[in-house]
Design a protein around this ligand. Structure first.
Ligand SMILES: NC(=O)c1ccc[n+]([C@@H]2O[C@H](COP(=O)([O-])OP(=O)(O)OC[C@H]3O[C@@H](n4cnc5c(N)ncnc54)[C@H](O)[C@@H]3O)[C@@H](O)[C@H]2O)c1
Length: 328
């Protein structure tokens, strides 16, 4: 291991917690998480006692400085973000604050404390959509939703800190993740939860939008590869090559649960809805020898099984979100 002490922001979220679960024995990890509606420390139950935790907002420069001073990290893995496109369409403000200002606060702390590596978790959505072919790491940015714009701004800020201050950064741009512990507002868990209750499953427009589905455990392994072996100043696309139309994903879930297609309800499209995302992963394959290992059918089965067994968790986090409105 090149690094020993890590700060992991957003470590109580969906992808960040998978990374912490995979790596809690390898590194000394300090999780920094505000615990918004999307954060839940229960995701880290299986590694309890193997990490330290700061319930801290990444936008709070004074508190972030105190965490860096205490933890003296070698590296930062920055997952924390507002992550749901639909919410950004309702209200962009918290997306700009957390995703842009929060990233700037962390970059300043990383610079001051001379961390050896700052890994920024970005998204394929910075490139916008593409009808044919794939995006490479050099494709121009053309983000379409307020969420994607906030992530593109953060991504560019991270590159600027490399060029301007020589901060040793690496960037990961991942495609749509799915798997256990995802907050039940995103497509796959929403479909599973509704279908389990025999409720209608909402599908935007005709369900023809295409996403490249990446199993969360594979994504977290890509983070580890980039963290340990990535080259300073470089970005790496992380996709699976497993492209699916939304409607096919929905039908696959209904089939796995033994539910009828008539539960599908086509609803008014999301404004500005990106048609298709697709990434070239030639760079990470060739340079870092990473490849997504989980076939979509296998990942979907594991995910469906997990949600079937964990309805208590989904009901609880949804009830808490409703009660406290912690997202706003
Ligand atoms: N989920 C995907 O499909 C996907 C794909 C590509 C990239 N990403 C990126 O990966 C990262 C993680 O995504 P996710 O799906 O795990 O998100 P998530 O919403 O499940 O988790 C985000 C975490 O960040 C925390 N957080 C939010 N605001 C914070 C703040 N101001 N200070 C401290 N903590 C805060 C939340 O409490 C939560 O634990 C994000 O940066 C996201 O943009 C996600």
């Amino acid at each position: 291991m090149r690094y020993r002490k890590l700060i992991v922001t957003g470590g109580a979220g969906f992808i960040g917690s998978e990374f912490v679960r995979q790596n809690a024995s390898k590194y000394k990890i300090a999780v920094v998480d505000k615990i918004t509606y999307a954060g839940d420390i229960k995701r880290l139950a299986e590694v309890a006692g193997k990490y330290s935790f700061y319930k801290t907002d990444i936008c709070d420069a004074r508190k972030i400085e105190a965490v860096f001073k205490k933890e003296k990290p070698d590296a930062v893995a920055h997952f924390a973000a507002e992550s749901h496109v639909d919410r950004s369409i309702d209200d962009a403000s918290v997306f700009m604050t957390t995703n842009v200002i929060g990233t700037q606060v962390l970059l300043d702390a990383a610079k001051k404390h001379k961390v050896k590596r700052f890994l920024h978790v970005s998204t394929d959505e910075v490139y916008g959509d593409i009808i044919k072919g794939t995006f490479s790491e050099n494709s121009p940015f053309s983000p379409n939703s307020p969420y994607a714009v906030s992530k593109a701004a953060a991504d560019m800020l991270v590159s600027a800190y490399h060029r301007t201050y020589g901060l040793p950064v690496v960037i990961m741009r991942a495609s749509n993740n799915y798997g256990p512990w995802q907050f039940p507002e995103k497509l796959i868990p929403v479909i599973i939860m509704n279908a389990l209750k025999n409720k209608r499953v909402p599908v935007y427009a005709k369900g023809l939008n295409v996403r490249e589905w990446l199993y969360v455990a594979d994504c977290a392994k890509a983070v580890s590869a980039i963290l340990e072996k990535g080259e300073d100043g470089q970005a790496y696309n992380v996709g699976s090559g497993m492209e699916k139309k939304n409607i096919d994903v929905v039908r696959g879930i209904l089939y796995a649960l033994g539910k009828p297609d008539r539960l599908i309800e086509f609803v008014k499209d999301r404004p500005g809805h990106d048609i298709r995302y697709a990434l070239s992963v030639a760079k990470i394959r060739q340079k870092l020898r990473w490849k997504a290992g989980t076939a979509f059918a296998e990942g979907l089965k594991k995910t469906v099984d997990w949600y079937v067994k964990n309805t208590k968790w989904t009901s609880r986090v949804l009830a808490e979100e409703k009660k406290t409105g912690r997202s706003k």
